[in-house]
Design a protein around this ligand. Structure first.
Ligand SMILES: NC(=O)C1=CN([C@@H]2O[C@H](COP(=O)(O)OP(=O)(O)OC[C@H]3O[C@@H](n4cnc5c(N)ncnc54)[C@H](OP(=O)(O)O)[C@@H]3O)[C@@H](O)[C@H]2O)C=CC1
Ligand SMILES: C[C@H]1O[C@H](OP(=O)(O)OP(=O)(O)OC[C@H]2O[C@@H](n3cnc4c(=O)[nH]c(N)nc43)[C@H](O)[C@@H]2O)[C@@H](O)[C@@H](O)C1=O
Length: 329
């Protein structure tokens, strides 16, 4: 901190949608979330998106991030770059999940503030809440109990991101907001066999089993955990909505309000993919948190509404997977 171009008091809200020539930096634009946000912004006519791949700008490098902001002076920032993964990756690489996420978000948030960005949106995750939070989980449940052990390092980094946005808002009247999405899926997801989230992992496993004529597919855990899934296009609409409509201290939950058990999800993915064999449950793998349905009534009350059903979203994602991901591997 302490740069001469710090803007110490920016209490005025800056409309987002009225100027489509504004420079918007979407960090992580090739990921599941960032790519959906780019599609949405392009469809709205934003003509000046600022995009950098990981190899062009490593966001863990503080000096590089600061030089980028000094040179480019974005008007708005949407922070969708992070070290992300499913239950196995979170449990296996805890140092990466806490260190990389703290570095990326600290560098981007601080440089954005110092170089005059009008508004920044930080994305966290539903794993910030206590393992045994009341369901559906209201925003107020944050920091009221112990975290789920399989992802506590990632969760602590994400909680720090919320608090950093709040700290800069309180101290500098800077318009930094946070959205906490539930489990997401859609085009450009990570389909890695071990490090991905459950939905893309199962889609790939069922697809490969179908293509190879396998009789069974292994699914992790007991199948009893409940999860809430949101199509990433619905999240992208929520992001744009929050950029335009929300300017507050508290983070906002972003969920579909619909939960399914992992067993129900596995059956649905199996059906969409067209695999006809059996499911085998590997209970040596962790279940993770038993349930995490978010209470998204604050955002819903402001006017955002999810549109994509889980079945339609799965069909759409499987189409994308067969057209894109399969040929890449
Ligand atoms: N996926 C989900 O289910 C959920 C995601 N979220 C949140 O949404 C955000 C985006 O997640 P998602 O799109 O799924 O993740 P992805 O892994 O699909 O995308 C993350 C993006 O960040 C980039 N990135 C990672 N490290 C760096 C770095 N050091 N420098 C520059 N770029 C980097 C990646 O580039 P590269 O691949 O080249 O490294 C990639 O483009 C995260 O904050 C995540 O917490 C929240 C809830 C659920
Ligand atoms: C978004 C959220 O994602 C992570 O939390 P999670 O919800 O537990 O994520 P998950 O998608 O990996 O698993 C969901 C459930 O599904 C089961 N499961 C079955 N079979 C497979 C399988 O093949 N792969 C995976 N990954 N899970 C499987 C698995 O055992 C678990 O019971 C956080 O670490 C954190 O990153 C975060 O915020």
């Amino acid at each position: 901190m302490g740069s001469s171009d710090c803007q110490r008091s920016r209490s005025e809200r800056s409309p987002f949608l009225s100027d489509k020539s504004a420079k918007v930096f979407v960090a992580g634009h090739r990921g599941l979330v960032g790519s959906a946000i780019v599609r949405k912004l392009q469809s709205l006519g934003f003509a000046n998106l600022l995009l950098r791949t990981h190899s062009e700008l490593d966001l863990t490098r503080q000096a590089d991030v600061d030089s980028f902001f000094a040179a480019e002076k974005p008007d708005f920032v949407i922070l969708a770059a992070a070290k992300v993964g499913g239950i196995h990756a979170n449990n296996t690489y805890p140092a990466d999940f806490i260190a990389i996420n703290l570095q990326i978000q600290t560098n981007v948030i601080d440089s954005a503030y110092k170089h005059g960005v009008k508004k920044l949106l930080f994305l966290g995750s539903s794993c910030i809440y206590p393992k045994l939070a009341p369901q559906p989980i209201p925003e107020e449940a944050l920091l009221t109990g112990p975290l789920e052990p399989t992802n506590e390092w990632y969760a602590v980094a994400k909680i720090a991101g919320i608090k950093m946005c709040q700290g800069y808002r309180v101290q500098y009247s800077w318009d930094a907001i946070s959205g906490m999405p539930t489990n997401l899926y859609g085009p450009n997801d990570n389909f890695h066999p071990e490090n991905s989230h459950v939905l893309p992992a199962l889609m790939r496993r069922f697809h490969e089993a179908k293509v190879n004529g396998a009789k069974e597919v292994v699914v992790w855990g007991t199948g009893s955990p409940l999860r809430e899934f949101l199509h990433v296009d619905d999240l992208a609409e929520a992001v744009v909505f929050m950029m335009e409509e929300y300017s507050g201290l508290e983070h906002l939950n972003v969920g579909s309000g619909k939960e399914v058990s992992i067993k129900e999800l596995a059956e649905l993915v199996k059906e969409v993919v067209g695999f006809e064999g059996e499911l085998v449950w590997d209970s040596s793998k962790p279940d993770g948190t038993p349930r995490k349905l978010m209470d998204s009534s604050k955002l819903l009350g402001m006017g955002w509404k999810p549109k994509v059903s889980l079945r339609d979203g799965l069909v759409d994602t499987y189409k994308w997977y067969t057209a894109n991901a399969v040929t890449k591997q």
